[in-house]
Design a protein around this ligand. Structure first.
Ligand SMILES: C[C@H](CCC[C@@H](C)[C@H]1CC[C@H]2[C@@H]3[C@H](O)C[C@@H]4C[C@H](O)CC[C@]4(C)[C@H]3C[C@H](O)[C@]12C)C(=O)SCCNC(=O)CCNC(=O)[C@H](O)C(C)(C)COP(=O)(O)OP(=O)(O)OC[C@H]1O[C@@H](n2cnc3c(N)ncnc32)[C@H](O)[C@@H]1OP(=O)(O)O
Length: 382
Protein backbone atom coordinates (compact mmCIF):
# COMPACT_ATOMS: atom_id res chain seq x y z
CA UNK A 1 0.00 0.00 0.00
CA UNK A 2 1.10 3.56 -0.69
CA UNK A 3 1.79 4.48 2.94
CA UNK A 4 3.32 1.18 4.04
CA UNK A 5 6.01 1.71 6.63
CA UNK A 6 4.72 5.11 7.81
CA UNK A 7 4.27 5.21 11.59
CA UNK A 8 1.59 7.57 12.89
CA UNK A 9 0.72 8.57 16.44
CA UNK A 10 -2.83 9.93 16.57
CA UNK A 11 -3.98 11.62 19.75
CA UNK A 12 -7.64 10.65 20.22
CA UNK A 13 -10.04 13.38 19.10
CA UNK A 14 -13.68 13.85 18.17
CA UNK A 15 -14.25 13.42 14.43
CA UNK A 16 -11.87 15.21 12.01
CA UNK A 17 -8.55 13.82 13.30
CA UNK A 18 -9.95 10.28 13.59
CA UNK A 19 -11.03 10.51 9.94
CA UNK A 20 -7.57 11.76 8.96
CA UNK A 21 -5.99 8.83 10.86
CA UNK A 22 -8.38 6.37 9.20
CA UNK A 23 -7.42 7.61 5.72
CA UNK A 24 -3.74 7.09 6.54
CA UNK A 25 -4.48 3.60 7.94
CA UNK A 26 -6.63 2.64 4.93
CA UNK A 27 -3.69 3.44 2.65
CA UNK A 28 -1.23 1.40 4.68
CA UNK A 29 0.18 3.55 7.50
CA UNK A 30 0.54 1.98 10.94
CA UNK A 31 -1.68 4.24 13.01
CA UNK A 32 -1.59 4.11 16.79
CA UNK A 33 -4.39 5.97 18.55
CA UNK A 34 -3.43 7.29 21.96
CA UNK A 35 -6.46 7.03 24.23
CA UNK A 36 -7.08 8.06 27.81
CA UNK A 37 -7.07 5.55 30.64
CA UNK A 38 -10.26 4.63 32.44
CA UNK A 39 -12.60 5.48 29.59
CA UNK A 40 -15.17 2.76 29.23
CA UNK A 41 -15.80 2.91 25.54
CA UNK A 42 -14.26 4.65 22.55
CA UNK A 43 -16.50 7.08 20.69
CA UNK A 44 -14.19 6.91 17.68
CA UNK A 45 -16.26 5.61 14.79
CA UNK A 46 -13.40 6.24 12.35
CA UNK A 47 -11.01 3.73 13.90
CA UNK A 48 -10.67 1.26 11.04
CA UNK A 49 -7.23 -0.32 10.90
CA UNK A 50 -5.87 1.52 13.95
CA UNK A 51 -4.35 0.13 17.13
CA UNK A 52 -5.08 1.66 20.51
CA UNK A 53 -2.68 2.44 23.34
CA UNK A 54 -4.12 3.91 26.56
CA UNK A 55 -1.78 6.36 28.29
CA UNK A 56 -2.42 8.72 31.19
CA UNK A 57 -0.99 12.02 30.02
CA UNK A 58 -1.65 13.60 33.41
CA UNK A 59 1.24 11.51 34.76
CA UNK A 60 4.80 12.66 33.98
CA UNK A 61 5.70 9.10 33.09
CA UNK A 62 2.83 9.00 30.58
CA UNK A 63 4.11 12.15 28.91
CA UNK A 64 7.64 10.71 28.80
CA UNK A 65 6.27 7.56 27.22
CA UNK A 66 4.36 9.47 24.54
CA UNK A 67 7.51 11.46 23.81
CA UNK A 68 9.38 8.21 23.14
CA UNK A 69 6.63 6.98 20.82
CA UNK A 70 6.67 10.28 18.88
CA UNK A 71 10.44 10.31 18.56
CA UNK A 72 10.31 6.92 16.85
CA UNK A 73 7.43 7.81 14.53
CA UNK A 74 6.99 9.62 11.23
CA UNK A 75 3.81 11.55 12.00
CA UNK A 76 2.10 12.99 15.08
CA UNK A 77 -1.53 13.98 14.59
CA UNK A 78 -2.96 16.12 17.38
CA UNK A 79 -6.52 17.48 17.61
CA UNK A 80 -6.37 19.54 20.80
CA UNK A 81 -6.96 23.16 21.52
CA UNK A 82 -3.94 25.37 20.79
CA UNK A 83 -1.41 25.16 23.64
CA UNK A 84 -2.45 21.76 25.08
CA UNK A 85 0.56 19.91 23.64
CA UNK A 86 2.95 22.70 24.67
CA UNK A 87 1.59 22.50 28.26
CA UNK A 88 2.51 18.82 28.22
CA UNK A 89 6.01 19.68 26.97
CA UNK A 90 5.22 17.88 23.71
CA UNK A 91 4.94 20.90 21.42
CA UNK A 92 6.29 20.71 17.88
CA UNK A 93 9.46 22.71 18.50
CA UNK A 94 10.63 20.30 21.21
CA UNK A 95 9.55 17.21 19.31
CA UNK A 96 11.22 18.28 16.07
CA UNK A 97 14.45 18.93 17.96
CA UNK A 98 14.38 15.30 19.09
CA UNK A 99 13.19 13.93 15.77
CA UNK A 100 13.96 16.34 12.90
CA UNK A 101 12.16 14.02 10.43
CA UNK A 102 8.89 14.23 12.37
CA UNK A 103 5.78 15.53 10.62
CA UNK A 104 3.69 17.20 13.29
CA UNK A 105 0.10 17.76 12.15
CA UNK A 106 -2.14 20.04 14.22
CA UNK A 107 -5.79 19.81 13.26
CA UNK A 108 -7.84 22.56 14.86
CA UNK A 109 -10.84 24.71 14.06
CA UNK A 110 -9.23 28.12 13.90
CA UNK A 111 -5.52 27.33 13.39
CA UNK A 112 -2.54 28.04 15.61
CA UNK A 113 -2.72 31.86 15.44
CA UNK A 114 -5.35 34.59 15.39
CA UNK A 115 -7.66 35.75 18.14
CA UNK A 116 -9.98 32.69 17.88
CA UNK A 117 -7.09 30.20 18.06
CA UNK A 118 -7.91 29.00 21.58
CA UNK A 119 -11.70 29.12 21.32
CA UNK A 120 -13.85 25.97 21.44
CA UNK A 121 -15.96 25.26 18.38
CA UNK A 122 -17.47 22.67 16.10
CA UNK A 123 -17.99 22.12 12.39
CA UNK A 124 -20.87 24.59 12.10
CA UNK A 125 -18.78 27.39 13.62
CA UNK A 126 -15.82 26.75 11.33
CA UNK A 127 -18.08 26.53 8.28
CA UNK A 128 -19.71 29.81 9.32
CA UNK A 129 -16.30 31.47 9.63
CA UNK A 130 -15.25 30.21 6.18
CA UNK A 131 -18.00 32.21 4.48
CA UNK A 132 -19.46 29.07 2.92
CA UNK A 133 -22.32 28.57 5.37
CA UNK A 134 -23.81 31.90 4.28
CA UNK A 135 -24.27 30.36 0.81
CA UNK A 136 -25.84 27.06 1.91
CA UNK A 137 -29.58 26.67 2.24
CA UNK A 138 -32.80 27.16 0.33
CA UNK A 139 -34.29 30.45 -0.74
CA UNK A 140 -36.04 32.28 2.09
CA UNK A 141 -34.63 29.89 4.69
CA UNK A 142 -31.78 30.29 7.16
CA UNK A 143 -28.29 28.94 6.37
CA UNK A 144 -28.12 25.19 6.71
CA UNK A 145 -25.03 23.06 7.42
CA UNK A 146 -24.81 19.82 5.41
CA UNK A 147 -24.29 17.47 8.38
CA UNK A 148 -20.76 18.09 9.71
CA UNK A 149 -19.20 17.17 6.39
CA UNK A 150 -17.71 20.41 5.12
CA UNK A 151 -15.41 21.59 7.91
CA UNK A 152 -14.82 18.46 10.01
CA UNK A 153 -14.24 16.07 7.16
CA UNK A 154 -13.64 17.76 3.78
CA UNK A 155 -11.87 20.86 5.08
CA UNK A 156 -10.49 19.16 8.20
CA UNK A 157 -9.61 15.47 8.15
CA UNK A 158 -9.14 15.14 4.41
CA UNK A 159 -7.14 18.35 3.97
CA UNK A 160 -4.95 17.43 6.91
CA UNK A 161 -4.29 14.01 5.37
CA UNK A 162 -3.27 15.76 2.16
CA UNK A 163 -0.87 17.96 4.16
CA UNK A 164 0.66 14.90 5.80
CA UNK A 165 1.14 13.09 2.50
CA UNK A 166 2.68 16.25 0.95
CA UNK A 167 5.07 16.57 3.89
CA UNK A 168 6.01 12.90 3.63
CA UNK A 169 6.71 13.36 -0.08
CA UNK A 170 8.81 16.47 0.52
CA UNK A 171 10.75 14.68 3.26
CA UNK A 172 12.01 12.12 0.75
CA UNK A 173 14.23 14.84 -0.76
CA UNK A 174 14.91 17.20 2.18
CA UNK A 175 15.11 14.55 4.89
CA UNK A 176 13.29 17.03 7.13
CA UNK A 177 9.94 16.97 8.90
CA UNK A 178 7.69 19.99 9.36
CA UNK A 179 4.69 21.35 11.23
CA UNK A 180 1.25 21.30 9.62
CA UNK A 181 -1.20 23.96 10.81
CA UNK A 182 -4.52 22.60 9.51
CA UNK A 183 -7.35 25.04 10.27
CA UNK A 184 -10.83 23.75 9.49
CA UNK A 185 -12.00 27.28 8.67
CA UNK A 186 -9.29 27.58 6.03
CA UNK A 187 -9.70 23.98 4.87
CA UNK A 188 -13.43 24.45 4.35
CA UNK A 189 -12.88 27.77 2.59
CA UNK A 190 -10.28 26.11 0.33
CA UNK A 191 -12.67 23.27 -0.52
CA UNK A 192 -15.09 26.07 -1.40
CA UNK A 193 -12.65 27.75 -3.81
CA UNK A 194 -15.08 27.19 -6.67
CA UNK A 195 -17.78 29.18 -4.91
CA UNK A 196 -15.30 31.90 -4.08
CA UNK A 197 -13.66 32.20 -7.44
CA UNK A 198 -16.73 31.68 -9.62
CA UNK A 199 -18.26 34.85 -8.21
CA UNK A 200 -16.34 36.56 -11.02
CA UNK A 201 -18.59 34.88 -13.61
CA UNK A 202 -21.78 35.77 -11.75
CA UNK A 203 -22.49 32.27 -10.38
CA UNK A 204 -23.68 33.61 -7.02
CA UNK A 205 -25.16 37.00 -7.87
CA UNK A 206 -28.64 36.05 -6.62
CA UNK A 207 -29.49 35.60 -2.92
CA UNK A 208 -28.92 32.20 -1.23
CA UNK A 209 -30.97 29.41 -2.81
CA UNK A 210 -31.75 31.32 -6.00
CA UNK A 211 -28.67 30.53 -8.07
CA UNK A 212 -28.07 27.75 -10.55
CA UNK A 213 -26.24 25.33 -8.26
CA UNK A 214 -27.72 26.15 -4.85
CA UNK A 215 -31.22 24.75 -5.52
CA UNK A 216 -32.37 27.88 -7.33
CA UNK A 217 -32.55 26.22 -10.76
CA UNK A 218 -35.32 23.68 -11.41
CA UNK A 219 -32.90 21.57 -13.47
CA UNK A 220 -30.49 21.27 -10.54
CA UNK A 221 -32.59 20.06 -7.63
CA UNK A 222 -34.27 17.03 -6.05
CA UNK A 223 -37.88 15.96 -6.64
CA UNK A 224 -40.18 13.75 -4.62
CA UNK A 225 -41.54 10.66 -6.34
CA UNK A 226 -44.92 8.90 -5.99
CA UNK A 227 -43.53 6.53 -3.34
CA UNK A 228 -42.10 9.29 -1.13
CA UNK A 229 -38.55 8.83 -2.40
CA UNK A 230 -36.50 11.34 -4.38
CA UNK A 231 -34.72 11.83 -7.70
CA UNK A 232 -31.71 14.11 -8.20
CA UNK A 233 -31.66 16.23 -11.32
CA UNK A 234 -28.45 17.84 -12.61
CA UNK A 235 -29.33 18.58 -16.23
CA UNK A 236 -27.35 21.78 -16.75
CA UNK A 237 -26.08 21.67 -20.32
CA UNK A 238 -28.77 22.18 -23.05
CA UNK A 239 -28.16 18.75 -24.64
CA UNK A 240 -28.68 17.04 -21.26
CA UNK A 241 -31.63 19.27 -20.39
CA UNK A 242 -33.32 18.16 -23.61
CA UNK A 243 -33.00 14.54 -22.46
CA UNK A 244 -34.52 15.47 -19.10
CA UNK A 245 -37.56 16.91 -20.87
CA UNK A 246 -37.80 13.80 -23.06
CA UNK A 247 -37.78 11.53 -20.00
CA UNK A 248 -40.43 13.67 -18.33
CA UNK A 249 -42.47 13.64 -21.58
CA UNK A 250 -42.48 17.43 -21.72
CA UNK A 251 -42.44 19.46 -24.92
CA UNK A 252 -39.71 22.16 -24.91
CA UNK A 253 -41.89 24.32 -27.16
CA UNK A 254 -44.56 24.53 -24.47
CA UNK A 255 -42.14 25.46 -21.68
CA UNK A 256 -40.31 28.67 -20.79
CA UNK A 257 -36.62 28.74 -21.82
CA UNK A 258 -34.26 26.79 -19.51
CA UNK A 259 -32.20 29.82 -18.53
CA UNK A 260 -35.06 32.24 -17.89
CA UNK A 261 -34.51 32.91 -14.17
CA UNK A 262 -37.90 34.55 -13.74
CA UNK A 263 -39.63 31.42 -15.06
CA UNK A 264 -37.79 29.02 -12.78
CA UNK A 265 -40.61 28.86 -10.20
CA UNK A 266 -43.08 27.81 -12.93
CA UNK A 267 -40.67 25.21 -14.38
CA UNK A 268 -40.10 23.83 -10.89
CA UNK A 269 -43.85 23.48 -10.39
CA UNK A 270 -44.17 21.50 -13.63
CA UNK A 271 -41.20 19.22 -12.82
CA UNK A 272 -42.51 18.68 -9.28
CA UNK A 273 -45.88 17.56 -10.62
CA UNK A 274 -44.31 15.21 -13.17
CA UNK A 275 -41.91 13.53 -10.74
CA UNK A 276 -44.75 13.00 -8.27
CA UNK A 277 -46.60 10.88 -10.87
CA UNK A 278 -44.23 7.86 -10.84
CA UNK A 279 -42.17 5.94 -8.32
CA UNK A 280 -38.41 6.22 -7.90
CA UNK A 281 -37.98 2.83 -9.57
CA UNK A 282 -40.10 3.96 -12.54
CA UNK A 283 -38.03 7.12 -13.02
CA UNK A 284 -34.80 5.17 -12.63
CA UNK A 285 -35.88 2.83 -15.41
CA UNK A 286 -36.77 5.81 -17.61
CA UNK A 287 -33.54 7.72 -17.06
CA UNK A 288 -31.01 4.88 -16.69
CA UNK A 289 -28.85 4.70 -19.78
CA UNK A 290 -29.60 8.30 -20.84
CA UNK A 291 -27.52 11.47 -20.46
CA UNK A 292 -30.34 13.34 -18.73
CA UNK A 293 -28.23 13.51 -15.52
CA UNK A 294 -31.09 12.13 -13.42
CA UNK A 295 -30.36 9.59 -10.67
CA UNK A 296 -32.24 8.16 -7.71
CA UNK A 297 -31.44 9.68 -4.31
CA UNK A 298 -30.33 6.44 -2.71
CA UNK A 299 -30.71 5.79 0.99
CA UNK A 300 -27.88 4.15 2.96
CA UNK A 301 -29.95 0.94 2.72
CA UNK A 302 -30.20 1.09 -1.06
CA UNK A 303 -26.73 2.28 -1.95
CA UNK A 304 -24.65 -0.89 -1.90
CA UNK A 305 -27.17 -2.94 -3.84
CA UNK A 306 -27.38 -0.43 -6.70
CA UNK A 307 -25.94 -2.25 -9.74
CA UNK A 308 -23.33 0.41 -10.48
CA UNK A 309 -22.00 0.47 -6.93
CA UNK A 310 -22.12 -3.31 -6.82
CA UNK A 311 -20.12 -3.61 -10.03
CA UNK A 312 -17.39 -1.39 -8.58
CA UNK A 313 -17.61 -2.87 -5.07
CA UNK A 314 -17.83 0.70 -3.79
CA UNK A 315 -19.02 -0.37 -0.34
CA UNK A 316 -17.40 -2.90 1.97
CA UNK A 317 -18.57 -4.93 4.96
CA UNK A 318 -16.39 -5.48 8.01
CA UNK A 319 -16.25 -8.68 10.03
CA UNK A 320 -19.28 -7.61 12.09
CA UNK A 321 -21.33 -6.99 8.93
CA UNK A 322 -21.16 -3.20 9.19
CA UNK A 323 -21.20 -1.53 5.80
CA UNK A 324 -19.11 1.52 4.90
CA UNK A 325 -17.63 3.22 1.84
CA UNK A 326 -14.51 1.72 0.32
CA UNK A 327 -11.48 4.04 0.60
CA UNK A 328 -11.21 6.41 -2.34
CA UNK A 329 -9.56 7.01 -4.73
CA UNK A 330 -8.58 3.67 -6.21
CA UNK A 331 -4.85 3.38 -6.94
CA UNK A 332 -4.03 0.90 -9.70
CA UNK A 333 -0.86 -0.67 -8.26
CA UNK A 334 -1.11 0.12 -4.56
CA UNK A 335 -4.79 0.39 -3.68
CA UNK A 336 -6.00 0.80 -0.12
CA UNK A 337 -6.66 -2.43 1.72
CA UNK A 338 -9.07 -1.42 4.49
CA UNK A 339 -8.89 -3.55 7.59
CA UNK A 340 -12.09 -5.59 8.02
CA UNK A 341 -11.49 -6.59 11.65
CA UNK A 342 -13.47 -4.90 14.45
CA UNK A 343 -12.35 -1.48 15.63
CA UNK A 344 -9.91 -1.54 18.56
CA UNK A 345 -11.13 -1.27 22.12
CA UNK A 346 -9.35 1.33 24.23
CA UNK A 347 -5.89 0.08 25.21
CA UNK A 348 -6.26 -3.16 23.27
CA UNK A 349 -2.75 -2.93 21.82
CA UNK A 350 -0.87 -1.23 24.64
CA UNK A 351 1.49 -4.12 25.36
CA UNK A 352 1.93 -5.07 21.70
CA UNK A 353 2.78 -1.51 20.65
CA UNK A 354 5.08 -0.73 23.57
CA UNK A 355 6.96 -3.96 22.90
CA UNK A 356 7.28 -2.99 19.25
CA UNK A 357 8.67 0.42 20.28
CA UNK A 358 11.39 -1.27 22.34
CA UNK A 359 9.99 -1.31 25.89
CA UNK A 360 10.84 -4.38 27.97
CA UNK A 361 8.23 -6.50 29.74
CA UNK A 362 9.51 -5.14 33.03
CA UNK A 363 9.04 -1.51 31.85
CA UNK A 364 5.54 -2.29 30.64
CA UNK A 365 4.55 -4.13 33.84
CA UNK A 366 5.78 -1.21 35.92
CA UNK A 367 3.72 1.28 33.88
CA UNK A 368 0.65 -0.95 34.02
CA UNK A 369 0.96 -1.29 37.80
CA UNK A 370 1.45 2.47 38.25
CA UNK A 371 -1.63 3.17 36.10
CA UNK A 372 0.42 5.09 33.54
CA UNK A 373 -0.87 2.81 30.82
CA UNK A 374 -3.80 0.47 30.57
CA UNK A 375 -4.27 -2.71 28.58
CA UNK A 376 -7.78 -3.99 27.89
CA UNK A 377 -8.81 -7.26 26.38
CA UNK A 378 -11.50 -7.39 23.69
CA UNK A 379 -14.79 -8.50 25.21
CA UNK A 380 -16.55 -11.13 23.18
CA UNK A 381 -19.59 -9.77 21.39
CA UNK A 382 -22.22 -12.30 22.44
C1 LIG B 1 -19.65 18.26 15.30
C2 LIG B 1 -18.36 17.51 15.55
C3 LIG B 1 -18.36 16.72 16.80
C4 LIG B 1 -19.15 15.46 16.67
C5 LIG B 1 -18.66 14.46 17.67
C6 LIG B 1 -19.84 13.71 18.29
C7 LIG B 1 -19.96 12.42 17.51
C8 LIG B 1 -19.61 13.54 19.80
C9 LIG B 1 -19.23 14.86 20.52
C10 LIG B 1 -19.80 14.76 21.94
C11 LIG B 1 -20.30 13.32 22.03
C12 LIG B 1 -21.39 13.04 23.08
C13 LIG B 1 -20.88 13.43 24.49
O1 LIG B 1 -19.58 12.87 24.76
C14 LIG B 1 -21.90 12.99 25.59
C15 LIG B 1 -22.36 11.51 25.47
C16 LIG B 1 -21.25 10.56 25.92
C17 LIG B 1 -21.75 9.12 25.84
O2 LIG B 1 -20.66 8.27 26.22
C18 LIG B 1 -22.16 8.80 24.39
C19 LIG B 1 -23.24 9.73 23.94
C20 LIG B 1 -22.85 11.20 24.04
C21 LIG B 1 -24.14 12.00 23.79
C22 LIG B 1 -21.77 11.54 23.00
C23 LIG B 1 -22.24 11.19 21.55
C24 LIG B 1 -21.19 11.58 20.46
O3 LIG B 1 -20.03 10.82 20.56
C25 LIG B 1 -20.82 13.05 20.62
C26 LIG B 1 -22.07 13.87 20.26
C27 LIG B 1 -17.15 18.43 15.50
O4 LIG B 1 -17.24 19.52 15.04
S1 LIG B 1 -15.64 17.80 16.01
C28 LIG B 1 -14.51 19.15 15.85
C29 LIG B 1 -14.25 19.75 17.16
N1 LIG B 1 -13.19 20.72 17.12
C30 LIG B 1 -11.90 20.36 17.05
O5 LIG B 1 -11.53 19.22 17.02
C31 LIG B 1 -10.93 21.53 16.99
C32 LIG B 1 -9.69 21.33 17.84
N2 LIG B 1 -10.03 20.95 19.19
C33 LIG B 1 -10.59 21.79 20.08
O6 LIG B 1 -10.86 22.97 19.83
C34 LIG B 1 -10.91 21.18 21.43
O7 LIG B 1 -10.20 19.99 21.57
C35 LIG B 1 -12.40 20.94 21.64
C36 LIG B 1 -12.98 20.02 20.56
C37 LIG B 1 -13.18 22.25 21.64
C38 LIG B 1 -12.59 20.22 22.98
O8 LIG B 1 -12.09 21.05 23.99
P1 LIG B 1 -11.71 20.46 25.41
O9 LIG B 1 -11.70 21.61 26.34
O10 LIG B 1 -12.59 19.33 25.75
O11 LIG B 1 -10.26 19.79 25.18
P2 LIG B 1 -8.86 20.48 24.87
O12 LIG B 1 -8.83 21.91 25.28
O13 LIG B 1 -8.49 20.20 23.46
O14 LIG B 1 -7.87 19.70 25.83
C39 LIG B 1 -7.75 18.31 25.84
C40 LIG B 1 -7.46 17.92 27.27
O15 LIG B 1 -7.44 16.53 27.36
C41 LIG B 1 -6.21 16.12 27.93
N3 LIG B 1 -5.86 14.81 27.42
C42 LIG B 1 -5.79 14.42 26.14
N4 LIG B 1 -5.43 13.14 26.06
C43 LIG B 1 -5.26 12.69 27.31
C44 LIG B 1 -4.85 11.43 27.88
N5 LIG B 1 -4.54 10.39 27.14
N6 LIG B 1 -4.77 11.35 29.24
C45 LIG B 1 -5.10 12.43 30.03
N7 LIG B 1 -5.47 13.61 29.54
C46 LIG B 1 -5.55 13.75 28.20
C47 LIG B 1 -5.23 17.19 27.52
O16 LIG B 1 -4.05 17.17 28.29
C48 LIG B 1 -6.08 18.43 27.73
O17 LIG B 1 -6.13 18.68 29.12
P3 LIG B 1 -6.08 20.20 29.69
O18 LIG B 1 -7.39 20.82 29.34
O19 LIG B 1 -5.85 20.00 31.16
O20 LIG B 1 -4.92 20.88 29.02
Amino acid sequence: MALAGVRVIELAGLAPAPFCGMILADFGAKVIRVDRNKVGMSLDTQARGKRSVAINLKAAEGVALLRKLCVQSDVVLEPYRKGVMEKLGLGPQEMLKENPRLIYARLTGYGQSGSYATAAGHDINYLAMSGLLSRLGRSGEKPYAPLNLMADFAGGGLTCALGIVLALLERTTSGKGQIIDASMVEGAAYVGSFAWKSRSIGMWDCPRGQNMLDSGAPFYDTYETADGKYMAVGAIEPQFYRQLLTGLELDAGELPPQMSFTDWPELRRIFTERFASKTQADWSRIFDGTDACVTPVLSFDQVSSHPHNQERASFIKDSSGEESPRPAPVLSRTPAEPCLASDPVIGEHTVEVLTEYGFTSADIDQMLTAGVVECNAVKSKL
